[in-house]
Each structure stands twice: as structure tokens, then as C-alpha cells.
Design a protein around this ligand. Structure first.
Ligand code: ATP
Length: 269
């Protein structure tokens, strides 16, 4: 059972080019995470303290996890991903130990980017779904203790992500904690075109495939939806003819009928 509780260290193979659009978020992450990890002396020289923690916020499926992986990769750093709910379930009765373990592992494998996904599930002002706010409060306190104990400009960077920035415990957002906030926007038409390009890059496309038109017609779609459209178009093609040589526009249109956007379900920012 102890093997189950290992903190997993990854080396992501996602780069900036695998992410369509989001130029602002990429630029801000570069400044907040990549530069301090890669050029700490340059910050010191100018007496500038980089942010300790970075909060990515935006709708589900917009690329927050991708961005965290890419900035780790581009910084030549290791990557540790922790899902908020996992800290409670995987470390039952030992959630604080889980937090300590994550930071211990991060220091040990530095340079490392630690990514706390779904941070709202443990650090929300509205209590938590498991009904035991005592545990979540202790987890948050442990997290704050670890972050407060970190030196600026050490070789561990902390990123958290949420779809609900409005309910995050304000204690977490104070200066010296998650004090850099980066909005991950839903993609506009240009962004959607870039995402279509990423996800059809390895697909043989028929001459009639018009990615610009697809980008125009996918108004409320986020990155995860567009990935699903591309995958569906390929699957529908193969279903019609397993020996098909390429994916034509007809199948993208069918795929769009089938895959509806997830982003407009009301409770998002
Ligand atoms: P959640 O809030 O649900 O955790 P997220 O914002 O972390 O979502 P990701 O996990 O990064 O979203 O994205 C899910 C999938 O959608 C990715 O694996 C990728 O294939 C696709 N995707 C999302 N955004 C983009 C993008 N900007 N460019 C290319 N692919 C994207």
C-alpha cells in the first residue's frame, strides 16, 4: 500500500507549441516560473523577488494543466502533479503528511514544478464536499506552512489551478503565497484555429478541410472540446471506411454535431 502513496515525479513532454493560443498566459508563466527557475542570479542582481506561487484560473478544459506541464518542460524542471481531492482520498487520515511528502519530494528532485490541480476542493471558503472541514483546514494550513517556509528563488515553483477563483480561501492568495494570478481565457476564434491546428497536425486531412471555418463555427468550444472534435472526426472516418486515407470536412461537420461545448454550463467564471 505504501507504493500507492508515492509522490509521482514526471518529466512532461508538452511544449509551448503543443498549446494553441493562450499567448498571454504563456508569457506570464515564462516570467513567473521559467525565468526564476532558470536565471535566479539575474533576479538577485536586480533585487527582484519573483512570485512564490502562481494561480491559474479559467474554465475546465482550457489548458491549465497543459500550461503547467509546458512551463515545467520549458524550464527543464521535473513535474509533480497533485489533485486537491487526491490529497484527501489517497492520504486518508494522513493528508498533512501527504502535503509534507509532496514538498519533500519536490526539494529532492529540484528543479521541480509542483502543480496543485482543483485547489478549490481543499482550499475553498465554502467548506468541502467530504463534510470534514477539519481535515481540509489542516491540509491548507500545512500547505501554507510549506509555502511560507520556502525561500524565494529556490528551485521549486508552485502552481495551482482552479475553475472557481471566487471561492478560494483568501489566506492562500496573500502576498508571498499564490500571489500571481493568471487568467486562462476561453479561446477566441484565433485561439480555436491554433488549437485545431495542434490537434490535426498528425492527421492526414483532405483538401476540403477548412480549419478556419471550423474555428468560426465552434464559438463556445474550449481546447478539450476541440480535441474531442478532431478525435471524433477521425473515428467517424474510420468507422465508415477503415481503409480511409484522409479525414474530410464532412466528418468534421458530423463530429461538431456530436461533440457539444462543455463551457457554457452556467457556473463558470
Ligand atoms: P480542468 O480544469 O478540467 O482540469 P484544464 O484547464 O486543466 O482542465 P487541460 O487538462 O489542460 O485543461 O486540457 C484538457 C485537454 O484539452 C488537453 O489534454 C488538450 O488535449 C486539450 N486542450 C485544452 N486546451 C488546449 C489548448 N489551448 N491547446 C491545445 N489543446 C488543448
Amino acid at each position: 500500500p505504501s507504493a500507492l502513496r508515492e509522490v509521482l515525479v514526471q518529466i512532461p513532454d508538452i511544449g509551448w507549441d503543443d498549446i494553441g493560443g493562450l499567448e498571454n498566459a504563456k508569457q506570464e508563466l515564462q516570467e513567473a516560473v521559467e525565468w526564476p527557475l532558470k536565471y535566479p542570479e539575474n533576479f538577485e542582481k536586480f533585487g527582484v523577488k519573483p512570485p512564490k506561487g502562481t494561480l491559474l484560473f479559467g474554465s475546465p478544459g482550457t489548458g491549465k494543466t497543459l500550461l503547467a506541464k509546458a512551463v515545467a518542460n520549458e524550464s527543464e524542471a521535473n513535474f509533480i502533479a497533485v489533485k486537491g481531492p487526491e490529497l484527501l482520498s489517497k492520504w486518508v487520515g494522513e493528508s498533512e503528511k501527504g502535503v509534507r511528502e509532496v514538498f519533500r519530494k519536490a526539494r529532492q528532485t529540484a528543479p521541480t514544478v509542483v502543480f496543485f490541480d482543483e485547489i478549490d476542493s481543499i482550499a475553498s471558503t465554502r467548506g468541502d464536499s467530504s463534510g470534514d472541514s477539519g481535515v481540509t483546514q489542516r491540509v491548507v494550513n500545512q500547505l501554507l506552512t510549506e509555502i511560507d517556509g520556502m525561500e524565494e528563488l529556490q528551485d521549486v515553483a508552485i502552481i495551482a489551478a482552479t475553475n472557481r477563483p471566487d471561492i478560494i480561501d483568501p489566506g492562500l492568495m496573500r502576498p508571498g503565497r499564490f500571489d500571481r494570478h493568471i487568467k486562462v481565457e476561453n479561446p477566441n476564434e484565433e485561439g480555436r484555429l491554433a488549437i485545431f491546428k495542434v490537434h490535426s497536425a498528425d492527421m492526414p486531412l483532405a483538401k476540403d478541410v477548412n480549419l478556419k471555418k471550423l474555428a468560426k463555427e465552434t464559438e463556445d468550444y474550449v481546447g478539450a472540446d476541440i480535441e474531442a472534435v478532431c478525435r471524433e472526426a477521425a473515428m467517424l472516418t474510420l468507422r465508415d471506411n477503415i481503409e480511409a486515407k484522409e479525414v474530410s470536412m464532412k466528418y468534421f461537420n458530423k463530429a461538431m454535431e456530436k461533440v457539444k461545448p462543455t463551457s457554457d454550463d452556467g457556473d463558470m467564471v
